[in-house]
Design a protein around this ligand. Structure first.
Ligand code: GLP
Length: 260
C-alpha cells in the first residue's frame, strides 16, 4: 500500500494523472466512480483536462460504487444523478456508458446480480476511486461487512446517515436507510484502488485503514490485501498515522517515472 501525504489540490492532480494515463493508453478504460466530497477535486481536475487538453471519455466505461435504495429517479442526491452532475456531464461521457446499481429495481437482489455481471462483462474495473467514511466504510460497506462480500443491499448506520444528512438539508430522516453497494470482494477485484481522504475527522479511519489489523470492524482495512492500493491523504487526515514520516520520506524519494 502506498501512502501519499500532500495538500488536497495535489492529491487531486495525482489521481487525475493516474486516470489520464490509463485513458491515453486505452480510451476504453473502465473507471470506478465514487460519490461523496472526497473525489470532487479529482472530478474538477478531469473536467479541466477535458476542456483544456481534450481528455476524452467518449469510449470509457464507468461503474459506480453504490446507490441509495428508493430515491426517486429525479432526486438530486440519487448517486446516479450526482455522478452525472459532478463528472459525466462535464466530460461529455455518454450516459449509457456510466452505470450504477439500480436502487429503484423491483427485484433488488436480481439488480445486484445484474450489476456484478455488467462489471465482469466490461472486463473489470481498471482504476477504482474511493472515499472513506468516518467509521471506516468504503462504498457503503459498513462495519461488520464480509470482507468477501459482493454487490448487495445494506442498511446504513446511524453515523453514516448523520454524516450524509448535510446533503439532505441537514435532516437525517431524509437520508434513506438502505442502499445497494458493491461488496468488498467486488471492490478488491479492481486492478488499482485509489482512496482519497482529507480532514481531521478522517484521521482515525485512515490510521485503521493503513496501520490497523485487517478486520470487518474497519472495512477499509481489506485494502491491505490489495496488490496495488494507493491512499492519498492531506496532513489532517494523516495526523494519526504512526509511520507518517516514513511515508513522506518514501514518496519524496520516489523516482519520477513511477507514477501511482
Ligand atoms: C459515503 C459514500 C462513500 C464515501 C463516504 C465518504 O457514504 N457512500 O462512497 O466514500 O461516504 O464520504 P465523503 O467523501 O463525503 O466524506
Amino acid at each position: 500500500m502506498e501512502v501519499v501525504i500532500a495538500p488536497a489540490e495535489e492529491l487531486a492532480v495525482l489521481a487525475a494523472d493516474a486516470i489520464e494515463s490509463l485513458l491515453r493508453r486505452d480510451p476504453a478504460t473502465v473507471l470506478g466512480l465514487a460519490t461523496g466530497s472526497s473525489p470532487l477535486k479529482v472530478y474538477d481536475e478531469l473536467a479541466r483536462r477535458h476542456e483544456e487538453a481534450g481528455l476524452s471519455f467518449a469510449r470509457a466505461r464507468g461503474f459506480m460504487l453504490d446507490e441509495y435504495v428508493g430515491l426517486p429517479a429525479d432526486h438530486p442526491e440519487r448517486y446516479r444523478n450526482v455522478i452525472e452532475t459532478e463528472v459525466a456531464s462535464r466530460v461529455a461521457w455518454p450516459s449509457d456508458q456510466v452505470q450504477g446499481p439500480d436502487g429503484l429495481a423491483d427485484d433488488l437482489p436480481a439488480a445486484c446480480a445484474a450489476y456484478e455481471r455488467a462489471i465482469a462483462d466490461a472486463g473489470g474495473v481498471d482504476l477504482q476511486l474511493l472515499g472513506i467514511g468516518t467509521d471506516g466504510h468504503i462504498a457503503f460497506n459498513e462495519p461488520g461487512s464480509s470482507l468477501a462480500s459482493r454487490t448487495r443491499i445494506k442498511t446504513l448506520t446511524r453515523q453514516t446517515r448523520l454524516d450524509n444528512a448535510r446533503f439532505f438539508g441537514d435532516d437525517v430522516e431524509q437520508v434513506p436507510q438502505h442502499c445497494l453497494t458493491q461488496g468488498l470482494g467486488t471492490i478488491m477485484e479492481a486492478r488499482h484502488l485509489v482512496l482519497l481522504a482529507t480532514g481531521r475527522h478522517k484521521a482515525e479511519a485512515v490510521h485503521q485503514l493503513v496501520e490497523g489489523p485487517v478486520s470487518a470492524m474497519w472495512p477499509a482495512t481489506v485494502m491491505q490485501m490489495h496488490p496495488h492500493a494507493t491512499v492519498l491523504v492531506d496532513d489532517a487526515a494523516a495526523s494519526r498515522l504512526q509511520l507518517a514520516d516514513y511515508y513522506r520520506q518514501t514518496y519524496d524519494s520516489k523516482p519520477d517515472w513511477q507514477g501511482l
